[in-house]
Design a protein around this ligand. Structure first.
Ligand SMILES: Cc1cc2nc3c(=O)[nH]c(=O)nc-3n(C[C@H](O)[C@H](O)[C@H](O)COP(=O)(O)OP(=O)(O)OC[C@H]3O[C@@H](n4cnc5c(N)ncnc54)[C@H](O)[C@@H]3O)c2cc1C
Length: 435
């Protein structure tokens, strides 16, 4: 048996994910490449089987020249050889192209068991392994325990096995492994080698926008008391708006689009592969042949065009509920803020700067490294508006911000922009609330 592992080079967790504004492709110059974290579990699973049975293992990757640098990690962990598919025409590859390339590469390598991770940290579509399995007409299975894997192995049928992150703990490459990796075979294939010279993407990103609408509201200044009154009045108005319709996905696709729910990604991938169709996941809105979705943890919204028939899955829409008062690095009086939040029946969350100051615990940190909230009303005190924080604020209906800097980034996408000292406004709020 030959075991293949699908591995992908992705930007490291602290890279800022953006699309290049000219070609709408990942801006690699801003990223530090690493092996996709979820693929490390797939590599470990393959190695555990080969350690026990002496099967040959191969890692298969697809990407631009240079990708072999990060996939070397798989060799250092113990994989025997590495195959890398690279080609000029792979720029802008969509799920259709990616899955076809990987399926052909698997056959090229003579593998009959394939491991893959659950999702890539940049693409996050979670459908490529299922699409590949259907193209190959192999079993597709997701395993989270040894016993489930044993059942698959005993079937002795060609399979694509997705390994969840709880399944194992990936080994760290040791010095011997790193040294040995230098002499292991690394081969490069192009599309013609895989008989795919004519393959072309079926979908194309045609525009991108920031997820937070740029409101650039009028900036309000005044005495702390005036600002406190203004804030309370606005929050009261917003609280009375029925927002149940605000974020319903608007899906009016052309007739040749087959629509699946957010929970039917595997079914959608199988259907698309069986019918050789484009697949677009997590669609938030569809109008004729244009599909809008969020990428990069919700920080960027893109419009994807697909001229032919396609399959889509609808995005899971968080329902925006409640008031969240967010404490930022500009707040000193955390006790005042907590009292104000309590009287608004709001939950207190914070930024990493507030965490560093000891104002909040890690469970209240919101952002790319913390939790995600979907507030009806977000009120930020002394919050700058950093991208990494707002990556964790999904679909806020209303944003109010109190910041002493009129040029603070948060004001661009706030609905109410209050220029003032956060501590003074909090003290005035306490008075207005009779606390
Ligand atoms: C890989 C990575 C992951 C990250 N993950 C997260 C994450 O998950 N969550 C997160 O929050 N951050 C995260 N960050 C950090 C993020 O980039 C910002 O540095 C952080 O969000 C800033 O927090 P802040 O806006 O509260 O504080 P600051 O940047 O300190 O800004 C304070 C703001 O308050 C204003 N201000 C100062 N004093 C007052 C006052 N008296 N009254 C009113 N306004 C005042 C200032 O004008 C400023 O706008 C991450 C960064 C990286 C590199």
């Amino acid at each position: 048996m030959k075991i293949a592992v699908l591995v992908k080079q992705v930007p490291s967790a602290d890279s800022r994910l953006t699309l290049n504004s000219a070609n709408l492709r990942l801006e690699r110059s801003l990223t530090d490449p690493v092996l996709n974290p979820s693929d490390l579990h797939a590599v470990e699973a393959a190695l555990q089987i080969s350690d026990a049975s002496d099967n040959q293992t191969v890692s298969i990757s697809m990407g631009p020249v240079g990708v072999e640098q990060s996939t070397k990690r798989a060799l250092a962990m113990g994989i025997d050889e590495s195959v890398h598919v690279t080609d000029e025409n792979l720029h802008g590859a969509d799920i259709w192209v990616t899955a076809n390339v990987l399926a052909k590469a698997i056959l090229h390598c003579g593998a009959d068991l394939v491991f893959a991770g659950t999702k890539s940290s940049d693409g996050q579509s979670e459908v490529v392994p299922a699409y590949v399995a259907r193209l190959l007409d192999w079993n597709y299975v997701v395993v989270s325990s040894e016993s489930e894997l044993d059942v698959i192995l005993n079937l002795k049928q060609p399979s694509v096995v997705v390994v969840t992150k709880d399944f194992n703990t990936p080994r760290l490459p040791n010095f011997k492994g790193i040294a040995a990796a230098k002499n292991k075979p690394v081969s490069t294939l192009n599309l013609a080698d895989l008989d795919l010279a004519d393959i072309a993407p079926k979908t194309k990103i045609i525009s991108q926008t920031s997820i937070l609408k740029e409101n650039n509201p009028e900036k309000k200044s005044g005495t702390p008391k005036e600002l406190a009154v203004l804030l309370l009045e606005q929050i009261s108005k917003w609280s009375n708006v029925d927002d149940t319709q605000t974020h319903k996905p608007e899906i009016n696709p052309a007739s040749e689009v087959k629509v699946f729910t957010a929970n039917q990604k595997v079914e959608a991938a199988s259907f698309a592969a069986e019918n050789k169709l484009a697949l677009i996941t997590d669609v938030g809105a569809a109008e004729n042949d244009q599909f809008t979705k969020e990428i990069f943890d919700g920080s960027v919204k893109v419009v994807i065009e697909c001229k032919g028939p396609s399959v889509i899955t609808i995005a899971e829409v968080p329902s925006s509920k409640g008031i969240y008062v967010c404490v930022g690095g500009g707040v000193t009086s955390i006790d005042d803020l907590r009292i104000v939040a309590k009287s608004m029946e709001a939950e207190v969350v914070g930024t990493s700067a507030a965490f560093d100051k000891g104002h909040i615990g890690v469970e209240s940190l919101v952002g790319a490294s913390g939790r995600t909230i979907s507030p009806n009303i977000y009120v930020g005190f002394g919050v700058s508006g950093a991208h990494y924080h707002f990556a964790g604020v999904r679909k806020p209906n209303y944003i109010a911000a109190v910041n002493k800097d009129p040029e603070a980034e948060i004001f661009a996408f706030a609905d109410l922009a209050i220029v003032g000292d956060a501590d003074e406004v909090l003290a005035a709020l306490l008075q207005e609330l009779g606390k």
